[in-house]
Design a protein around this ligand. Sequence first.
Ligand code: FAD
Ligand code: DHB
Length: 405
Amino acid sequence: MPAALETQVGIVGAGPAGLLLAHLLHLNGIDSVIVERRDRDYVIDRVRAGVLEQGTVDLLMAMGVGEGVRSRGLRHDGLYVSFKGQRHRVDLADLTGGKAITVYGQNEVVRDLIDARLETGRPLYFEADRVAVDGLDSDRPVIRFDHDGQDHELRCGFIAGCDGFRGICRPSIPAAALNVYERTYPFGWLGILAEAAPACEELVYTLHDRGFALFSMRSPTVTRLYFQVPPDESIDKWSDDAIWAEMLTRMTTRDGWAPNVGRIIQKGVTPMRSFVAAPMRHGRLFLAGDAAHIVPPTGAKGLNLAASDVLVLARAFKGFYKCGRTDWLDEYSAVCERRVWKAQRFSWWMTSSMHRFPDETAFDRQRQIADLDYLTSSRAAMTSLAEQYVGLPAEVSFESAGLPQ
Ligand code: FAD
Ligand code: DHB
């Protein structure tokens, strides 16, 4: 006999989307159970995103889980775009009336949120096996899973599918009920973490003849760097010396600026994809974050979109459980999709203007340079980049999701 459990919102996945949603629900007195396939250390140690939009930082603060980002996050008022060997600064704060981005690793965000969850005493099952969802069209959907050798059946008011791109929730929706929009790119990113002090206080996005490169950081002693490689590149092909040679070739500018070199402590290759599945709801299953959409990382939007989805979803569940309203549930997908598509457009544009494409012509190259030349010399163009990079205004107010303004 499976162990019978019950909750208002069953959450599949303890990534940023699932953990943020769980805490938003907790703050509204709504109970939830999180079911996660991996163990705690694996979930925390995965090296992924690092840039938080202004609104994501504000959300963490308003939720009372912002102490880490406040004390250890690195606020950046600007960024650099580099091409033809020269860096050009975009003053994000000046162009957006004081908004900025904060560099704070996804690992840290997830660690802070797991700590907050454990403090609430509400359930979070790590290492859940054979997770499956059922009864999505009924008013009592279930999540089934094995934990510690015991079958569980979790009966839910709603299910939140926060299980990322390769999770089980989206594939549980009948294919005919979903529209899928997809684009893959003919390159990926090779990324490293290195024990080296950041050589610049802000991010540097570079277009070089040999392809895209990105300078970022994680702390005053750790540098994070990426460069464009073929999509199926094996990391084993790259010795540490070869990685540094390629990084320095692409990033060094004519004034002699270059990243500091240090011991490489992590490396990997990430493929690039744009993907949207909509509507983000089927019956009582609601998809949020990477389970519903993927952006190429160039615009640094993936984690931020997960946060904006769950703010809208928390409002919907709060409206239902606290006021008996269903309109916010019904609007959920449409409200999220507007932001998702703007982030898709921005990420596609950043990616297209700064990467080398295998089939590009000399004309395309010159147009790309002109694009960046225009961008960095026009206040109007820089303002457009800046307002999107720091994050467009939230779709719904914090107050409507039960948070103080
Ligand atoms: P996830 O973080 O993927 O979390 C989903 C969770 O669900 C995971 O913990 C997973 O273990 C769990 N899960 C999956 N299947 C099941 C199951 N069957 N049952 C239970 N649990 C399950 N974004 C950027 O902005 N910049 C970057 O540099 C960047 N780099 C990235 C590198 C990689 C390799 C990847 C995969 C993504 C990267 N992203 C980046 C995107 C960003 O990390 C994601 O947008 C963000 O993690 C989305 O959060 P999420 O909670 O929706 O999904
Ligand atoms: C980082 C990742 C990104 O995708 C990006 O656009 C900027 C920074 C990072 O990992 O720091």
